[in-house]
Design a protein around this ligand. Sequence first.
Ligand code: ZN
Ligand code: FE
Length: 255
Amino acid sequence: MALKVELVPVLSDNYSYLIYDEDQKKAAVVDPGEAGPLLVRAQERGVSIEQVLLTHHHGDHIEGTAEIVAATGCSVVGPAYEASKISGMTETVSEGDHLEVLGEKAEVFHVPGHTQGHIAISIASANALFSGDSLFVLGCGRLFEGGPADMWSALQKLRELPDETQVFCGHEYTLANAKFCATIEQGNAALTDRIAEIEALREKGLPTIPSTIGVEKATNPFMRADQANVAESIDMVGAAAVEVFAEIRSRKDSF
Ligand code: ZN
Ligand code: FE
């Protein structure tokens, strides 16, 4: 039986996820910024939470963990490089480690930049990537603990995933990201169409997640820093991709 993924809004604009198997009646949760909505959703689906998966140490991604552990006795998996910043982890992982989520194989990527030890987790059988605050829909995380080269190489890794991989990220920042993207790459028809789609979704109050790796590769300027059209749009023809990326990131910081 395939795993299902449901988005669970928490706090003001965070997304946590409930990954579950209806046959086994078991679930894992990703980035519980608060516990209540996840415990309720698991109960509604008739599944018990066995595992918490954490992408990075920021409070809005981990603060519900202790309450979920107290309620369920589940295990807690998170980034090895942030072991000193996250309490209560029962298993730490780094890139290349093969992790099991509800019996399915998961892959761990080290995607630094937003935080130094940030990880992203993909579950091939669920066709899903949980990117936390590394890759966003039409954006990427702010560089709090790393430089442009870190995030650019992180995004290049994620670009290698199959195009149909669904991207489940940590925040609903898409509309603001879309407005920014429109100022970066004007001649990209896929981006123009995507922005219209996003505006329609948000007008109805619907989430813009999941996106897919294929869609992000075609529309997200942070993933496209090595594309001639992007460099040209910001007058950086001939510059190294990492320089183009850095310029886009710094424009976004002050947008
Ligand atoms: Zn964060
Ligand atoms: Fe966050």
